[in-house]
Design a protein around this ligand. Structure first.
Ligand code: AMP
Ligand code: FE
Ligand code: FE
Ligand code: ZN
Length: 278
């Protein structure tokens, strides 16, 4: 049987609804050779999965999905194979966590002005180990009955430009790439079709981007073909995963997309080549 990996998975340390252990157990049950936990702006879920997978038949590689932005759009940059103990990385993530905490409070103030009163303690409880994000506020809006669904919470209040929306910390995609490189990792443009700004790939390739995410549940066959060509043109490696969140309506399930083990081998080759350049 061919060997597969899944290099894009979220846990309840960001906006997923599976624990790092559950993600590892699922990967083991499916016989995946390797996974990466790529939570938004945090590596605590990765560290837990990595510790739990010690001595088990699945490799857990370091991963993160950084939320970057140029003007207002969300541009996601995946980082892999970095050193988790890199001081600049930890300091940046700690700063983002603090900014997200303050931003959560501001979003609740905006909601209150619309007579939507929810308790920040409940949001923090929903967030648990995760840096506070809109998904946790959406969960509480559903729980308290202000909206009937998670999607409605976004449509009515939380989506970009919505009445309760507050922007996150400003991180340019080039800075995200740089941060991952400084931590010794490789940087990948996440789900470019979903992001919808292909022109960024040319800019980021010039800034040292290493790879493009080709396999993603939102990518059509023609998207995959287009991005493979772009990758070839810029000398970038191709990667992919399920973007599993275990949250209804939020992308695939672990293992989906059948990403080959060779994908990880190619990523590691690019990583070694980059290390050799330093
Ligand atoms: P934040 O990082 O706090 O801005 O929240 C971003 C997260 O919210 C994304 O990773 C998604 O999980 C979720 N999200 C963003 N926009 C929507 C939307 N329109 N509908 C549902 N979920 C969304
Ligand atoms: Fe997400
Ligand atoms: Fe993403
Ligand atoms: Zn993701």
């Amino acid at each position: 049987m061919a060997d597969f990996v899944d290099l894009h998975i979220h846990t309840d340390h960001s906006d997923g609804q599976q624990s790092p252990r559950e993600a590892v157990d699922r990967a083991l049950a499916l016989g995946l050779k390797a996974i990466s936990i790529t939570d938004h702006d945090t590596i605590s879920g990765y560290l837990m999965a990595q510790a739990y997978a010690q001595g088990k038949e699945v490799e857990v590689i370091a991963g993160i999905e950084l939320s970057a932005t140029r003007t207002d759009e969300d541009i996601h940059i995946l980082g892999y194979l970095f050193r988790p103990e890199c001081p600049r990385l930890s300091e940046t993530l700690e700063r983002f966590r603090q900014i997200r905490y303050d931003r959560g409070k501001k979003m609740l103030e905006r909601l209150a002005r619309l007579d939507v009163i929810i308790d920040y303690a409940a949001v923090l409880e929903a967030a648990g180990d995760a840096p506070v994000g809109r998904p946790h506020i959406a969960d509480i809006l559903v729980k308290t009955g202000y909206v009937t669904s998670y999607d409605e919470a976004f449509r009515k209040y939380l989506e970009l430009g919505g009445p309760a929306y507050v922007p996150k910390a400003k991180l340019m995609p080039e800075e995200a790439v740089d941060l991952i490189h400084e931590a010794g990792g490789v940087a990948v443009m996440a789900h470019p079709a979903l992001t919808g700004h292909d022109e960024i790939i040319d800019d980021l390739a010039a800034a040292g981007l290493d790879g493009i995410e080709i396999t993603h549940p939102t990518h059509s066959r023609s998207d995959r073909k287009r991005y493979r060509q772009l990758a070839r043109r810029h000398g970038l490696f191709c990667t992919g995963g399920s973007d599993s969140h275990r949250r209804p309506g939020r992308y695939g399930e672990i293992g989906e997309g059948q990403v080959s083990y060779e994908t990880l081998i190619n990523m590691k080759a690019a990583w070694r080549a980059r290390a050799g350049r330093h």
